[in-house]
Design a protein around this ligand. Structure first.
Ligand code: NAP
Length: 324
């Protein structure tokens, strides 16, 4: 069996990749010392690492063929934090990749945020469009992509998922929790659209890029095919959660002060707030939309567009794990 190593493998996406890829690959889960491993399957091969010790990482990777890099900060208080993890760590891993003979492919889980939002509902972003990230997170992912493209001297694949949901995710969990308390918040009054991808679909796309020459040195959006309005998404949630809810439209003019309050209280915490000025920039955009044709054609992939069923599975998982 081919050996794969996954950074960030205890996270939402990393743990799902580990669980599914383990069926066909020898997967090594790279995890930081002291990290929470509750999402990883019990029989995972966990190797604890210190990202400040590249020599030790190189030693661990000496007989690994594919490195999947998912570790990242999706929220941070400062640009320095984003830079250190999302850019500098990626560069360090690319150096190790170049110097490690056994490694044949570097797969980077980037983000739609690297490319930025689309201009309209009818012009979803395509991979060759100019990247126009609007947040520090997006910029850090974009710059990390550039490092891979410029420095990697062997095949790489960059996957840019749209918003990912599924068992283990803590972001969409907040929507589910609000709906359970009969509330749904929408920012502003203009219709906003998003694409979504179920985590198992993202894993399938990733899996189809592995040792696949067609995917070498390619950037691919990972998304299902529907553009969901936020109202539509919330209605779907409400229908299978079998709950009534009140939709509150928060005027955009209030978002900035709300973010400032969040940031003020987060001064006393190590964690960045759920809502800050960076997130507000993202919330205000109306068209977080991409065209998924390139990945679908290249990888012969068909996303499971049954969002209700996948949301239901996610909800059941949250209930089973008592996250909700
Ligand atoms: N979820 C989405 O909707 C979405 C959409 C597009 C792209 N992505 C990308 O997908 C990847 C995984 O996201 P996720 O949703 O699975 O996030 P997640 O659950 O927060 O997992 C993040 C992973 O990164 C690791 N990490 C965080 N800070 C680190 C640091 N300082 N040094 C080393 N590792 C660190 C975490 O390890 P610890 O537990 O040790 O902190 C964890 O394993 C990220 O690259 C993200 O940008 C996610």
């Amino acid at each position: 069996m081919k050996k794969i190593a996954i950074t960030g493998s205890n996270g939402f996406i990393g743990s799902t990749l580990t669980r599914i890829l383990k069926k066909n690959y020898d997967v090594i889960s790279l995890v930081r010392y002291g990290s929470n491993i509750e999402l990883l399957p019990e029989d995972s091969t966990i190797v604890y690492i210190d990202y400040h010790k590249p020599d030790k990482i190189a030693e661990i990777l000496k007989d690994v063929e594919i490195l999947i890099h998912t570790a990242a900060l999706t929220r941070a208080k400062t640009w320095q934090q984003f830079k250190k993890i999302n850019i500098d760590l990626t560069e360090k891993l690319v150096d190790i990749f170049n110097d490690t003979e056994s490694l044949k492919q570097f797969v980077f889980i980037s983000s739609q945020a690297a490319s930025g939002p689309a201009q309209s509902k009818t012009t979803p972003k395509i991979e060759s469009d100019k990247c126009e990230p609007i947040s520090m997170y997006g910029r850090s992912k974009f710059l990390a992509e550039n490092i891979i493209k410029e420095k990697a001297n062997k095949p790489w694949t960059i996957i840019r998922p749209v918003a990912v949901f599924g068992p283990g995710d803590k972001d969409f969990l907040q929507y589910f929790k609000l709906m359970k308390s009969h509330l749904a918040f929408i920012t502003g009054f203009k219709k906003k659209y998003i694409n979504l991808i179920y985590v198992d679909d993202l894993v399938e796309i990733t899996s189809k890029t592995l040792v696949n020459e067609k995917a070498y040195n390619q950037i691919l959006f990972a998304s299902n095919s529907e553009a969901y309005s936020l109202e539509n998404f919330i209605q779907n949630l409400g229908s299978f959660m079998n709950t009534y809810f009140i939709t509150i439209h928060v005027p955009e003019i209030l978002l900035y002060p709300i973010a400032l309050i969040g940031e003020f209280f987060s001064i006393f915490s190590k964690k960045p707030p759920i809502i800050n000025r960076e997130k507000i920039k993202e919330f205000k955009e109306r068209y977080w939309l991409v065209n998924n044709e390139k990945a679908n054609k290249l990888l012969d992939f068909k996303p499971s567009d049954n969002i209700v069923q996948n949301l239901q599975t996610t909800y059941n998982w949250y209930k089973e794990k008592k996250w909700i």
